[in-house]
Design a protein around this ligand. Structure first.
Ligand code: AMP
Length: 187
């Protein structure tokens, strides 16, 4: 089973992806984590990525597509993936379909965590204190939200036509959201 968790920054994608991964023995594929790893490991593209992420912009499709391709084609990870933070653009969504098709896989569930802008801002400001992420200050949050509306939101129209698309109120408590997702998966 492969799952996509989709939604604005601060919607709780990472938290829910972690929970589902544990519950259903899947692997969380967070492109944000993969990019932060490149920065931490001071890889060749790490410095470039650092500058992009700190400003609240998106890494290029090229960089991210390469990072996920290796994982999708890894036989040990086949049909075990939860996509968290990918796709973030229409071209990434189309790329994901191609990669999955070429590796004889598909997306079984798409969950859209819907959260309003003011809730997102409050949540991310709280997260900044806990996780000390360089892209969690107010101006960067606003930029990330604008980028989401402009570049990522069109993915919603692309996915919402699928019969396996589910919209979930992301402003509810973590446990409530987790149990809704679990129910849908196990139906
Ligand atoms: P996240 O951990 O999902 O909140 O991602 C943190 C940051 O990493 C985002 O604000 C983007 O700058 C970058 N990022 C993560 N995933 C992607 C992606 N699929 N495409 C482009 N940039 C990404």
């Amino acid at each position: 089973m492969n799952v996509v968790i989709f939604g604005p920054p601060g919607a709780g994608k990472g938290t829910q992806a972690q929970n589902i991964a544990k519950k259903f023995d899947l692997l969380q594929l967070s492109t944000g984590d993969l990019l932060r790893n490149e920065i931490k490991n001071k890889s060749e593209i790490g410095k470039e990525i650092d500058e992009i992420i700190s400003k609240g912009d998106f890494a290029t499709d090229d960089i991210v597509n390469k990072l996920i391709a290796n994982i999708i084609f890894d036989p040990k990870k086949k049909n075990k993936l939860i996509f968290d933070g990918y796709p973030r653009s229409l071209s990434q969504a189309k790329n994901l379909n191609v990669l999955l098709k070429n590796s004889n896989q598909k997306i079984d569930f798409i969950f859209f965590l819907n959260v309003k802008k003011d809730t997102i801002i409050k949540r991310i400001e709280r997260r900044k204190i806990l996780e000390k992420r360089s892209d969690d200050d107010l101006n960067t949050i606003l930029k990330r939200y604008d980028n989401y509306m402009e570049t990522t939101r069109p993915v919603l129209d692309f996915y919402s036509k699928n019969p396996n698309f589910y919209e979930i109120d992301g402003s509810e408590k973590i446990e409530v959201i987790s149990s809704k997702i679990e129910q849908i998966i196990t139906l």
